[in-house]
Design a protein around this ligand. Structure first.
Ligand code: SF4
Length: 262
């Protein structure tokens, strides 16, 4: 008897219509992209983890029906400022279905945005809580919660078409991007190049308050990229990133994007 080959994951075949490279390219607007990404199952290990986490749950969230799917970007489709994190938290966005929602990192980030007048509420608790962002969109280079918050290089690369398409669709308005952490910075550089801006060689290094201006290849507006330490408890509990540092960097980034933060 011939041994049956294991079913291929779409991640193994870039020509598969379910592969992110194909599915993202078909999205004609951000609303479509945000909808389609939630059906992605291209990374077997991450699909398994996001669903396993939803089955076992954390004790405090036993009453929750976890989202357990990829997390789309959040914020207006004409945002001039984009913040980029790492990946959803297993019991945060993977539970609530909205980026940086329901975890300590999000508590800090949304409070800072509220202080600056870029969000209408200081908290992000769940879908339907009324939170709105003003001129800011938040997204991740990896859309599914990874074990230990560590996606593999292959998973990061498989997921790249989603954020690349998002940046392409935001291109008419986006002027500034903030990479929250070194992972976001490294993940973003090829995305920015694919979306139409020139990335210098050697590649610019990540650091808190690092700033690079990237010219558009078609003569359009430049893109300014900032680095910011990630808003994780590891950074905030150790004082590596303080509320003042975060607020100050976001204020500068918002101004450079043409917004008027407080
Ligand atoms: S991490 Fe990205 S590419 Fe992988 S399954 Fe999730 S959405 Fe799809």
């Amino acid at each position: 008897m011939p041994i049956e080959a294991a079913p291929q994951s779409p991640a193994d075949n870039p020509g598969d219509p379910r592969h992110p490279a194909e599915a993202a390219a078909r999205a004609r607007g951000l609303a479509a992209l945000d909808r389609v990404v939630t059906g992605c199952r291209a990374c077997p290990r991450l699909v398994e983890w996001r669903e396993e986490t939803a089955r076992t749950k954390r004790r405090a969230y036993q009453d929750w029906e976890y989202w357990a799917r990829p997390i789309p970007g959040f914020g207006p489709p004409d945002a001039p400022l984009v913040l980029v994190g790492l990946a959803p938290a297993a019991h945060g966005a993977n539970r609530t279905g909205r980026i940086f929602t329901g975890d300590p990192s999000g508590d800090l980030l949304y409070a800072a945005l509220y202080d600056l007048g870029l969000a209408n509420r200081p908290e992000s608790v769940r879908h339907g809580d009324g939170l709105e962002l003003h001129g800011v969109r938040i997204t991740d280079p990896v859309r599914c919660a990874p074990p230990d918050n560590k996606p593999s290089t292959a998973e990061r690369d498989t997921c790249r078409p989603w954020i690349t398409r998002e940046l392409q669709l935001l291109r008419p308005t986006v002027r500034t991007v903030v990479a929250l952490g070194g992972f976001a910075w490294q993940a973003l550089l090829p995305v920015i190049a694919d979306a139409g801006w020139q990335v210098p060689r050697p590649r610019p290094a990540f650091g808190h308050a690092a700033r690079v201006d990237l010219p558009a290849r078609d003569g359009g507006p430049d893109l300014r990229l900032y680095g910011c330490y990630h808003v994780s408890p590891r950074n905030t509990n150790t004082g590596r990133l303080t509320t003042d540092m975060l607020r100050s960097l976001l204020r500068e980034a918002a101004r450079s994007a043409g917004l008027s933060p407080r």
